[in-house]
Design a protein around this ligand. Sequence first.
Ligand code: PLP
Length: 466
Amino acid sequence: MLYGKKDQEQENYLEPVLGASAEDSSIPKYTLGRDPVDPRVAYRLVKDELLDEGNARQNLATFCQTYMEDEATRIMAETLEKNAIDKSEYPRTADLESRCVNILADLWNAPKDEEYMGTSTVGSSEACMLGGMAMKFKWRNNAEKLGLDIKAKKPNLVISSGYQVCWEKFCVYWDVEMRLVPMDEEHMSINVEKVLDYVDEYTIGIVGILGITYTGKFDDMKALDALVEEYNKQTDYKVYIHVDGASGSMFVPFINPELEWDFRLKNVISINTSGHKYGLVYPGIGWVVWRDKEYLPEELIFKVSYLGGEMPTMAINFSRSASQIIGQYYNFIRYGYEGYRTVHQKTKDVAMYLAKEVEKTGLFEIYNDGENMPIVCYKLKEDADVKWTLYDLADRLLMKGWQVPAYPLPESLQNIIIQRFVVRADFGHGMAEAFMEDFHGALKDLENAHILFYEKDEKGVHGFTH
Ligand SMILES: Cc1ncc(COP(=O)(O)O)c(C=O)c1O
């Protein structure tokens, strides 16, 4: 029997991956290797590089989605090649994006008599950038009209000290002063009574946070709206509210639809969210919606070609895969309102169960018990008679694969060290019980430990907190 080339390739294919010659030699890590390697071997090499990275499902530090259904994953994998910016080449995809914006505007009660506009983004960070830019341009146009010397001072943005880092980035990148309303033990979200101390004619806007990253607490949007309403009656330098709902905007409409935080409030002009948090899509998708095009200055809109005509776009990036948008749309039709409500309710129940179990130990003071959002957050009680710290507890839990961060609260509360669990849809009750078993085991081990790693007054950040 004579073998042709094709058959030899076939034979190579039978070579076990772990015995392949490419596995023996060291492939350069920081320069390109000279020769290609078999795809099976390349796959295995890359996969193995990631082996000890931690199991995403056990990662209680992240808000980002770590599970999607097989059908969702399939449709996303099958559409990876579609470029979201090519509206002309992929008009159906563009239509799905537009449907998602409409669904969110409806969910956030955009008034029917105003012309809302919105777009997908890579995540909330990009969405916040766009929201912030729109506020800055709108402020500048108005200030110039009113004859303000806009060069005399930097424009400023008012936000609580519980801000997520994307707002600091926004202020640095766009040369805006960040004015922080400090939080304190009595005000673990924006202190509405203090907000106006920070507002002047150079204020581009106020950001309210629906789900402070550190603790999951909500800013009181209704009180903020009433404050702004009064303020705007007395000045031509109007200020408005952007809601950073990275985590809350796709949770609250299903679990607490009566809470007024969205476009029902007159002075809320834009809202962002992360589709990859409680929108239940894998990382890489965010959304921002303005209640009316009035709040989105024309200069920020760029046109791309679309079906022989033009379509307005606003984005920091250009090319990116449309698969995340398609994943979001899949979830919208797959779950519908009731589906999202059921999933989120279950997630909330799990969070509340965990908070109760933590509280029962008598060692911790709970800051968030999962009632508003599935975030559990606590500190060690002042009088807890233990030698270990939350950092030691985090280390112990990591031995069982659980990633649970411990970190100080932000400015003005930085002496308080907290620990936080973010509960996501894929963290079911069974997993929660298994986690609690390990949690109790960790406490017991720490009680008996001879060596503890951290000093009692340790203040560092342990684990990923965003
Ligand atoms: C309040 C808040 N804003 C913005 C972000 C940034 O979100 P993304 O990761 O989608 O960019 C986060 C992330 O945790 C957040 O909690």
